[in-house]
Write a protein that binds this ligand. Sequence first.
Ligand code: 5RP
Length: 231
Amino acid sequence: MSGPDLRRAAAARALDLIEPGMRLGLGTGSTAAAFVALLGERVGAGLDILGVPTSEATRAQAESLGIRLATLDEQPELDLTIDGADEVDDQLRLIKGGGAALLREKIVACASRRMVVIADAAKHVARLGAFPLPIEVNPFGLKATHRAVEAAVAAAGCSGAVRLRGRPDGKPLVTDGGHYILDAHLGAIPDPEALGAALWAVPGVVEHGLFLGIADAAILAAARDGQAEVT
Ligand code: 5RP
């Protein structure tokens, strides 16, 4: 049972939550893409839903599948967002942004009555922080913001390197919103709420990848006896 099989199993279970007429937030990443692919099949078979994508990549995928789309400005209240995560703990606290879409993902999730996470069960952790925490920052004054983020991380009881995310050509990665990403390699985050508040206090930080009190449920798929077990 491979990672793609598990992602597809979690995505397939999320499809059970979809009802005709729903306004859906469509997440970003490989697991969300598996969901959008399955949703596209349903739409092709006649299901009528409206999707709000969380990235240009998801927009392109959904458009290619004939899924009816709106912007969040056109449809500011959504019924349900389905999205992946980089880590999820027992309290449904998440790290997101491995795909650099955290800002739009958080805005869309918070505009939704419910957010359901879909993931390979390997993303379930006892403590957040092994995955580097993405922090979206304005390019203006990057060095000053970088230093202030390092100080905020230390003030929240964390330690580790904070690095600018690059592209393969060596230039900084630019998000759909025109920002940069700083990845905080912390190993563990003892108090995610304290870290989130400290990061928000830094001018230049646009958003961070800690999703606290946002997710309502998680659908996790694990391999058991050669089958995907979804919980
Ligand atoms: C993108 C995200 C993704 O949801 C997260 O990185 C998980 O991706 P994948 O499903 O490919 O493991 O937050 O910004």
